[in-house]
Design a binder for this molecule. Structure first.
Ligand code: PLP
Length: 393
């Protein structure tokens, strides 16, 4: 009998029961608009305040520094466009990296069309930026640095504190996309010294379509969504109260037992990496060996196609993700895997397994049992593999 195991927690997470329960009343019985004066409205306003406090607490931020958005992508867009347009009189140069999430990369590309100049920093074979490269990229007219906290594909964690320190020294706004790091790392915005930080609820067992942007007190950025006076006049639109309440609960739960969560993820991750690398030849671990997200496994298998691997895994009930931009129907390999120097062929044969709270050691066993024969079968179809194998004998 086939199991059904989910190893794609970096794509999204299932909502925790406690989160759903907390959200439910706000869909009907407690439906008030927080902007209304009457008791229904006040109830909504209270729920909003409580959720904001909860999220703020997890980042060691002040409540008034947390602004709810329609997700991580919106938070990234707002931070980058908002900071860029607010600083236009000071300069037009932005620094980012080649391995950002598309919510950052495509926003930067849009800004290039609007007259901004963007430097896309290279990363090394592990996906780390070089601090000297960053220093050298800074110019008189640099107004914004946006560098992700942890990469969603290969899990690499950047030296965010150092980057923030440098940005501060040079009087440049620093934004970090912490969507993947949130809930998997202790994040203290004051200790880090960041100006803007994006997070998203559905990556931490909360609902989809809700996120937040931390905006350091006193920092002015332009709004992205104009209209009503919500979110202290900085993000218009009637608040997604059920979503925000769910986010608050998910944030609280994630930070209640962070250490236990990290340990559990690391144990499963390490076993997956070790077993896969040991039992399957012609493999390569992508990302940094230690500076990586506790739940991220990304491995390239020579002589196979990531898509075929995903389909074969899906047939035995394993949900994973690959290193190519299959969702867009494009055949281009992932920009992240290209940036760490993989060849097209190797990047195409990449597999991402991301573990989460609902995984068990039995799930790990199951992958370790099912993956090697699948890889072997797919390789048998590769003429190149036959040649290499023949040569080794
Ligand atoms: C998922 C993700 C986003 C986008 O967040 P959404 O809430 O899905 O819009 C942005 N950045 C990173 C690193 C992500 O993993």
């Amino acid at each position: 009998m086939n199991r059904r195991v989910y190893f794609d927690y970096s794509a999204t997470t299932p909502m925790k029961k406690e989160v759903l329960e907390e959200m439910l009343p706000f869909f009907n019985t407690d439906f008030g608009n927080p902007s209304s004066i009457h008791s229904y409205g006040r109830q909504g306003k209270t729920a909003l305040d409580i959720a904001r406090d909860k999220v703020a607490k997890t980042l060691n931020a002040k409540s008034e520094e947390i602004f709810f958005t329609g997700g991580g992508s919106e938070a990234d867009n707002w931070a980058i466009k908002g900071a860029a347009f607010a600083s236009r009189s000071k300069g037009n140069h932005i620094i980012t990296t080649k391995i950002e999430h598309h919510a950052v990369l495509h926003t930067c590309e849009y800004l290039e069309k609007e007259g901004f100049e963007v430097t896309y920093l290279d990363v090394d074979q592990y996906g780390l930026i070089d601090m000297d490269d960053l220093k050298n990229a800074i110019k008189e007219n640099t107004i914004l640095i946006t560098i992700m906290y942890a990469n969603n594909e290969i899990g690499t964690i950047q030296p965010i504190k150092e980057i923030a320190h440098l940005a501060k020294e040079k009087n440049i706004i620093f934004h970090t996309d912490a969507v993947q790091a949130y809930g998997n790392e202790i994040i203290d915005v004051h200790e880090l010294g960041v100006d803007l930080l994006s997070i998203s609820a559905h990556k931490v067992y909360g609902p989809k379509g809700v996120g937040a942007l931390y905006i350091r007190k006193g920092l002015r950025i332009h709004p992205l969504i104009h209209g009503g006076a919500q979110e202290k006049r900085r993000r218009a639109g009637t608040e997604n109260i059920p979503g925000i309440v769910g986010f608050g609960k998910a944030a609280e739960l994630a930070y209640e037992n962070m250490e236990g969560h990290i340990n559990k993820m690391e144990t499963m991750r390490n076993r997956l990496i070790k077993e896969i690398m040991e039992t399957i030849p012609y493999t390569k671990l992508n990302g940094h060996p230690t500076k990586r997200l506790p739940g991220n496994v990304n491995i390239s298998f020579e002589f196979i196609e990531g898509e075929s691997l995903l389909l074969s895994l899906d047939m035995v009930g394993i949900a994973a993700s690959s290193g190519s931009a299959c969702t867009s129907g494009s055949l281009d390999p992932s920009h992240v895997l290209m940036a760490i120097g993989l060849s097209h062929e190797i990047a195409h044969g990449s597999l991402r397994l991301t573990v989460g709270d609902f995984n068990t050691e039995e799930d790990v066993d199951y992958v370790i049992e099912k993956l090697p024969p699948i890889v072997d079968r797919l390789r048998q179809m590769s003429p190149l593999y036959e040649k290499v194998k023949g040569g080794n004998k």
